[in-house]
Design a protein around this ligand. Structure first.
Ligand SMILES: [Zn+2]
Length: 314
């Protein structure tokens, strides 16, 4: 699988001009480092991402457009690899990562995490050089009507290395509450105990509120596989980030107040994407902290959730 994925990537860059150009442009993106309440963040100026950050995802727009993840509507030059019989691994032509993939369900069916969390862990294992991420239908997915994950090189998101320094409470042996500038929950489990990881995710999911007009609790998830240093089966780590809101107020603000940021898993993983240069120049750690405060859970909601999870895992 590992070789097949690299082969797909190289072959697509040879044949597909759009993808090749956007990957080449990645060398030109500007990055600056910042710290938000003691957590490490990067700001990336990446003009290609306007397609996602600026995407209209309201029901009417989605209904009227042709789904760009359906195989019938994908460009003929875009090739894929089968995964588990019902997903296709594609390269993402609008990259953030040096190697960036979209893993799409073969059927046109809505974006929902609960029935697919186990698949996400299988993907993390099969694509062990990459972090897998999920954006909920109202939490950054630009195709909320077509189930998909994304994957990008491991080691890119600061959250992967940093989360252990930000544990606020050990809920059980395999479930942790963290605060990485926002509250989140981390499931860490041997891949051989995948069923246990899926069950822990189910409990966390059940403990989260679902808004009236939503199909699932608002969330982003980042998961990856770590090989064992001593050999044998490795571990899966999944960071579940409950959300309070899709886009922050500054996204809709006029004039100087406007910052075009539509936070999704990558941003919350510690790499804030600004598709506009004016935002890259002016954004401060205070802005990032405010955005996180707005789109994620507040402390009291997170504390309640932690208490509920403690009860559940007894
Ligand atoms: Zn579709």
């Amino acid at each position: 699988m590992k070789d097949q994925i690299i082969e797909l990537f190289n072959q697509q860059l040879l044949e597909w001009d759009t993808a090749r150009n956007f990957y080449a442009a990645l060398n030109e993106v500007k990055v600056k480092e910042t710290e938000v309440n003691g957590s490490k963040y990067q700001i990336q100026f990446n003009p290609a991402r306007i397609v996602s950050s600026g995407a209209k995802v309201d029901a009417k727009t989605i209904q009227e457009r042709k789904c760009f993840l359906c195989s019938a509507n994908r460009p003929a030059v875009q090739k894929g690899i089968d995964f588990n019989g019902h997903y296709t691994i594609l390269i993402n032509p609008f990259p953030i990562f040096p190697k960036h993939f979209t893993i799409v369900e073969k059927e046109h069916t809505e974006q929902l995490i609960l029935p697919r969390f186990g698949d996400m862990l299988d993907l993390a294992k099969a694509m062990e050089d990459y972090a897998i991420f999920y954006n909920g239908p109202k939490c950054g997915a630009s195709a909320p009507d077509h189930a998909h994950f994304q994957a990008g090189n491991k080691g890119f998101l600061p959250l992967e290395k940093e989360w252990e320094n930000h544990v606020t409470e050990k809920i059980s042996d395999n479930l942790f509450a963290i605060n990485y500038g926002f509250p989140a929950f981390v499931i860490k489990e041997k891949i051989t105990n995948k069923a246990e990881a899926v069950s822990l995710f189910g409990k966390t999911y059940q403990a989260l509120p679902v808004k009236d007009d939503e199909t699932e609790p608002m969330m982003n998830v980042v998961a990856w596989y770590e090989t064992s240093a001593t050999g044998g089966e490795g571990t899966v780590v999944a960071v579940v980030i409950p959300r309070a809101k899709h886009r922050p107020d500054c996204y809709f603000a006029e004039g100087d107040e406007n910052i075009l940021i539509s936070p999704a898993a990558v941003d919350l993983g510690g790499v804030f994407i600004t598709p506009l240069e004016k935002d890259f120049e002016k954004i401060t750690d205070k802005n990032v902290a405010e955005i996180l405060g707005e789109v994620c859970l507040d402390k009291s909601a997170a504390d309640k959730l932690t208490a509920k999870l403690k009860e559940l895992s007894l």
